[in-house]
Design a protein around this ligand. Structure first.
Ligand code: DER
Length: 228
């Protein structure tokens, strides 16, 4: 349908940022999955010689299936380009990510990259962040205190449950828990990120600030390029 078509267009446009010889970071989620599939076809057709690191075990499996050569993280590794999706973005390219639960490795590979390119369909671009619940990755032991701290910050915290076993909490690739925080609106993302970073046991939050170099936002048949 239309949204899938928009995701497809953004994924296709992202190939223009890829050059042979690059070390790529592969994002997670449905839009990134379409990029991985299209990149794989181009690699198999001999169009690019690239290597990649994935931001989730799920994306790693997709990349392997698509024939994309994967490498292990190593010292001194800088990625040329990381391509990823987002749950929300504003025109300053501040992002909310983590809807797919991969926010920790996504932020690691966003930070390790010289260039972070975000792919989005038209529903993701918002005037103000916060309608999408902000995901947190949390060490299980610290959960009660983190729920209290987030409630103090006016973000209604909800522990994310597993889709496969709905009576079990969801687990990240690291084995941690996910908490979705319903702030409704986040007028000052920088300040909220600073508060969240003080909370012990909160290993990562889904605010990606000052990381994205460009965003490809599909709107109908067009793909618009946003830069901060
Ligand atoms: O978790 C994430 O940040 C992913 O990028 C994902 O949430 C993006 O959503 P998508 O499935 O619409 O691409």
């Amino acid at each position: 349908q239309q949204l899938k078509h928009e995701k497809q267009l953004a994924a296709e446009a992202a190939l223009r940022w890829v050059r042979s010889g690059m070390l790529l970071g592969l994002g997670s989620g449905s839009t990134a999955a379409l990029f991985i599939s299209q990149l794989g076809a181009a690699v198999r057709a001999g169009q690019y010689q690239i290597q990649a690191v994935a931001t989730s075990l799920a994306s790693e499996a997709l990349a392997r299936e698509a024939g994309i050569p994967l490498v292990e993280p190593r010292r001194g590794m800088r990625l040329d380009l990381t391509v990823d999706g987002a749950d929300e973005l504003n025109t300053e390219l501040q992002l909310v990510k983590g809807g797919g639960g991969a926010l920790l490795r996504e932020k690691v590979l966003a930070t390790a990259a010289d260039y972070l390119l975000i792919l989005a369909d038209s529903t993701k671009l918002v005037p103000q962040l916060g309608r999408f619940p902000l995901p947190l990755e949390v060490v299980p032991f610290a959960l009660p205190w983190i729920l209290d701290a987030v409630a103090e910050l006016e973000g209604k915290p909800v522990v994310r449950m597993s889709r496969q076993q709905p009576t079990e909490p969801a687990r990240t690739d690291q084995g941690n828990l996910l908490v979705d925080c319903h702030f409704q609106s986040i007028p000052d993302a920088t300040s909220l990120a600073r508060h969240l970073q003080q909370i012990p046991g909160l290993v990562e939050h889904g605010l990606f600030l000052g990381l994205a170099r460009a965003a490809l936002v599909a709107q109908g048949e067009q793909v618009l390029v946003y830069t901060p």
